[in-house]
Design a protein around this ligand. Structure first.
Ligand code: SER
Length: 316
């Protein structure tokens, strides 16, 4: 019987992943934790506890006491926020991962770990179209540097200690339940909220900035698929490229306009433009497709319909 710990359960990914895992493994088997309070559906459907992943003693006690067998470690400082406090972000992103890898190495019951990487591991010297799995990686952000270092540590713990840690390089994630915080791809969430709230949006990236994106439904499906695949099928132990679809702010605006014709947009690029310009336009995820059957159900058109409907419901 699996007992699953989710760290970062109140965040953009965690708040949706916990509910999906509870459907599969049972409400009582999925332990949601975060340093901040979680949405009511999480606290009402199963165990939730405030837990700081930086506190290694509290972490290990929690894991042993609850006989945890799998960990999803989602807590991180995202790209935009990390540039404001680089050292603090480095410590949070790296120390938390090292705490988790050490626990997984030491505690016998813990037999599998998920930790997300990102397209931020790539940099301006990386080929930008259909970016390969294995390529030049010279990230220019603290967030990207921490994710790339983290990938190397995951690979190291797998090879040296046999820790079964799995990872994907998420593209920008678009969701309606919990808004992202402090990322560069966040415009693609904000734009939907502002379209419904105000009918106008000022974008912090230029109109033609192409980035790979994925709807949260597909990101959750991919994550669980990867975690449920037999270890023998996996050939990548640092992190799998995931593409989704590639879009620009202008294309998102045009798609929303089909539903809200009066929706207007203006562009006022800030420091995140440089970050976006250093990331891929599109990503080659052939290996994820071959190894564990990654595929996605939502493109820009299908996703836009759902985003607008759900945000309207939520804001009413
Ligand atoms: N979506 C993240 C960010 O923009 C990248 O992983 O920071």
């Amino acid at each position: 019987m699996e007992k699953i710990l989710v760290i970062g359960a109140s965040g953009q990914i965690g708040s949706e992943l916990v509910m999906e895992l509870r459907k599969i493994y049972g409400d009582g088997q999925v332990f949601a934790t975060d340093i901040k309070p979680a949405p009511p559906d999480i606290t009402e459907s199963g165990p939730f506890q405030l837990l700081d992943v930086m506190d290694d003693k509290q972490l290990i006690h929690f894991i042993i006491r609850n006989k945890i067998t799998q960990i999803y470690h989602l807590a991180a400082v995202l790209s935009g926020n990390a540039e404001k406090l680089p050292l603090q972000a480095w410590r949070i992103n790296m120390d938390s991962l090292m705490n988790i890898l050490e626990v997984a190495r030491m505690v016998e019951d813990v037999h599998r770990v998920f930790w997300p990487s990102s397209i931020a591991v790539f940099g301006p010297t990386t080929p930008r179209m259909n970016t390969p799995q294995l390529t030049v990686m010279e990230p220019i952000t603290v967030y990207g540097v921490s994710k790339l270092a983290g990938e190397r540590w995951c690979d190291y713990y797998f090879n040296k200690f046999g820790v079964d840690v799995r990872s994907v390089r998420y593209p920008g994630l678009i969701s309606y339940k919990t808004e992202a915080g402090g990322g560069t791809t966040d415009y693609a969430v904000e734009i939907y909220y502002e379209a419904v709230r105000k009918g106008t949006y000022e974008c912090f990236l230029t109109e033609d900035t192409a980035l790979p994106m994925l709807f949260m439904h597909d990101a959750i499906k991919a994550t669980i698929n990867l975690m449920e695949t037999d270890l023998s099928k996996l050939t990548i132990h640092n992190s799998y490229n995931l593409g989704g679809f590639s879009v620009t702010p202008k294309q998102v605006w045009q798609e929303i306009k089909k539903h809200i014709p009066e929706f207007s947009i203006s562009y006022n690029p800030d420091f995140r433009q440089e970050i976006a310009d250093s990331w891929p336009h599109s990503v080659d995820d052939t290996i994820a497709k071959l190894d564990w059957g990654f595929n996605y159900d939502y493109d820009l058109e299908k996703m836009t319909e759902i985003m607008l409907n759900e945000i309207r419901k939520k804001l009413n």
